[in-house]
Design a protein around this ligand. Sequence first.
Ligand code: ADP
Length: 415
Amino acid sequence: MNVFVLNCGSSSLKFQIIETDAEMIEQDGDKQLAKGLIERIGSEAIITFQVGEQASVKSATPLRDHKAALAHVIKWITAPETHIAGISGLADIHAIGHRVVHGAERFKGSHLIDKAVIAGVQECIDLAPLHNPANLKGIYAATELFGPAMPQVAVFDTAFHSTLPEAAYLYAIPYQLYRRFKIRKYGFHGTSHRYIAFRYRKLTGRQRKDTNIITVHLGNGCSACAIKGGKSVDTSMGMTPLEGLMMGTRSGDIDPTVIEFLMHKEGTSMEEIFSTLNKRSGLLGISGLTNDMRDLEGEAEEHQDRRAILAIEMFCYRVKKYIGSYMAAMNGTDAICFAGGIGENGSGIRKGILGNLEWMGIELDDARNATAVRGKEMLISSDKSRVPVYVIPTNEELVLARDTVRAVKSLPFPC
Ligand code: ADP
């Protein structure tokens, strides 16, 4: 099957076309045929398309909304000069898999999209007012442009964390607030944590029930997850992705009183404060320079920029604290796995996070850590380390494609 994987953000659209089916999943033989990204939808959009391993092609054109953006993608896919293997027209796309950010307590797995699923995603808008409407726009546009007969599947960022125990997901606020409004931790990046845990099992030959690990996804958004017996038992993001680790532009954990304090001191509106916490905090807020870890490391190294150094130190310190707390919560861990742009590439950051933890049985091998590169699964701890540490590149799009096949063909969903 050729699956069109679609991830719509508020002003962006990311897609991949992946050839996969039950046998290809079994043999890890899925093929990525093409991918692309459209940014700045609503104005002069910036478009990047790539066929297989060929060089990507950039262009710009005004695209007023997600439907126009998707129509632009379809035009490219079906253009005679594009030549995507096995795709000569829209009939060669067999199903669509959508990333949907928030499934709240309603969606505990991936689902074929019908009216009830759409209504469910709409109900979750309160909890994800920026993300779910964008995901719905993608679903509506795909229904119009691919036709109502095209099978579409929703894969939820929150679903993997539906196994969190009550003690981990509740906030210590009046219980009625949970009962009335479902205020609780939901967690995100679930597709990524689930994939990393799956690859860990493949790599080590372990069974799901023996998968007791901590996965750390460090990209622009960052989260950690405690996985016990193959199930997510705690995770750092909360009711929204703002909670937890320090991120590129998000603050992560913060005393909520700061918000009230800022409102009084500066007369700042609630909206403005949340915009600061989401878009102008984290690495960017502390360094005052950038949200990009690679650039920050450059500043720290070349110019010894004090705030760049501080931002990196804070980033590592917070990840270290979460790993420590999850080890306590799970009575230890069998492994720690890093993923995401920073987790996969940032050898200095991994060292900053796991340095001086030999007393806990964690010891990196400097040479292995330094040679880990993006896209390669690798053990980076020393042979003496009681807790093995791995880099396991994530692949959320692949999980989306595979779940789409499983939902369309009524196959089981191994976690
Ligand atoms: P997203 O979460 O948007 O998918 P990525 O997973 O690609 O983003 O992660 C982006 C982050 O990865 C950026 O902060 C980038 O600087 C960082 N990164 C990429 N390469 C390196 C590197 N070699 N060293 C440190 N950080 C890196």
